[in-house]
Design a protein around this ligand. Structure first.
Ligand SMILES: *Cc1c(COP(=O)(O)O)cnc(C)c1O
Length: 380
């Protein structure tokens, strides 16, 4: 019988029964840059750590297994993963992207990728509304679901079908749900991106990024680019992320249960104008989420009545940290306007609904009552 998702967070199937490395239960950190060879023309399988390192390879196999891909690539950050993926595009190519994306991805597309001659056209992909942008030059559709920070939900299977009918790749940034809750490749996507800094490592202590694919042609290109450009994740950081993934299932279950309680509590606060959490049945993406994911995650976006209240909340929180990032065990509150989305043009930001009264919570694994008590203190 196939191993279940929570088991796969801890064990690589191919390792079962294996007692390599003195039976070490925690896969060792191979802190080495290079590898000696027994003789000319022979190799242990490893030559130089820019190409591959055993600890990084082990982590990559775990992530590939969790996402259902043929291969995964561990790199130094989520943005390094997005940047690495853009290497597969050529000058003249076009990409259709969701207009509500992580701010760093938009910055990369609009400043770096554009200079390479690759054009990114933005639209609201969650409305399945992108066919009019397809030209003979279009090569890929790039989405997040749910989006950061407005939590728009895109039907992955439907988007994959449209993309494939036009010979386009579908790339899904799956950071917000992690492979524990959602597997885009199994729904038809060709490439999955993760900021491993977030839920996968889970402890707000390391940066990492992943690309996972089930396409052999993309796998081959990316192996070549990693070897050539050198953004592969370091051995110690690979070990930290692997260690984090062991508790992915328990962390996400607990964080999600906290998020439900907090979202419901926020909905009843007179000074909170709007609560956007895809686990609430009033969320427009609720039914799609139920179909394509196994959970709703622990990210909540909410809008308060005025900017003064935003300032009050951010100045008063103590247990909850006012910080960028998400997906860790500690609860964080983020202000997209000046943090994650500061470099997104104001017009786009406001069009997407990211007003200066919008806050984003990444709910951690503290006791929900303590979190609600703190929110009560800072919002009232
Ligand atoms: C954080 C984030 C990234 C970028 O990852 P880093 O590890 O910070 O470089 C990309 N996509 C999403 C959805 C993110 O939340």
């Amino acid at each position: 019988m196939a191993r279940k998702n929570d088991t796969l967070c801890l064990h690589l199937e191919e390792d079962e029964g294996d007692c390599r490395f003195f039976g070490a239960v925690s896969f060792p950190i191979f802190q080495t840059a290079t590898y000696s060879h027994p003789a000319l023309g022979q190799s242990t399988g490893f030559d130089y750590s820019r190409l591959q390192n055993p600890t990084r390879e082990h982590l990559e196999k775990i992530v590939a297994q969790l996402e259902g891909g043929i291969d995964a690539f561990a790199v130094s950050s989520g943005m390094a993963a997005v940047a690495l993926l853009t290497e597969i595009f050529q000058p003249g190519d076009e990409i259709i992207a969701d207009s509500d994306l992580y701010g760093g991805s938009i910055r990369l597309f609009d400043n770096v990728l554009k200079n390479k001659g690759v054009k990114v056209c933005y639209t609201e992909c969650y409305k399945s509304d992108f066919k009019h942008l397809i030209t003979p030059k279009t090569k890929a559709v790039y989405i997040e679901t749910p989006t950061n920070p407005m939590m728009n939900v895109t039907d992955i299977a439907k988007t994959a079908e449209t993309a494939h009918n036009h010979n386009l790749l579908l790339v899904v940034d799956n950071t917000f749900l992690s492979p524990y809750f959602q597997n885009p490749l199994k729904l038809g996507a060709d490439v999955v991106i993760h900021s491993g800094t977030k839920f996968l490592s889970g402890h707000n202590d390391t940066l990492a990024g992943f690309i996972v694919t089930n396409r052999a042609d993309i796998q081959e290109k990316l192996r070549f680019f990693i070897k050539t450009t050198g953004s592969g994740l370091a051995p110690f950081d690979s070990w930290l992320v692997e260690r984090g993934i062991k508790t992915l299932a328990v962390r996400m279950d607990k964080a999600q249960s906290n998020a439900f309680k907090i979202a419901q509590w926020l909905e009843n606060q007179p000074k909170v104008r709007r609560v956007i959490y895809p686990g609430l049945p009033n969320h427009p993406g609720y039914e799609i989420m139920k179909r394509q994911a196994r959970g709703f995650g622990s990210m909540i976006t909410f809008e308060v009545e005025n900017k003064a209240l935003v300032e009050q909340i951010l100045g008063k929180v103590r247990l909850i940290k006012f910080a960028e990032s998400l997906g860790g065990v500690e609860t964080l509150i983020t202000y997209p306007t000046t943090q994650t989305h500061a470099d997104v043009p104001e017009e786009t930001r406001l069009k997407n609904g990211i007003t200066d009264c919008v806050l984003r919570l990444s709910v951690g694994i503290e006791n929900a009552e303590d979190l609600i008590e703190e929110l009560q203190n800072v919002i009232s």
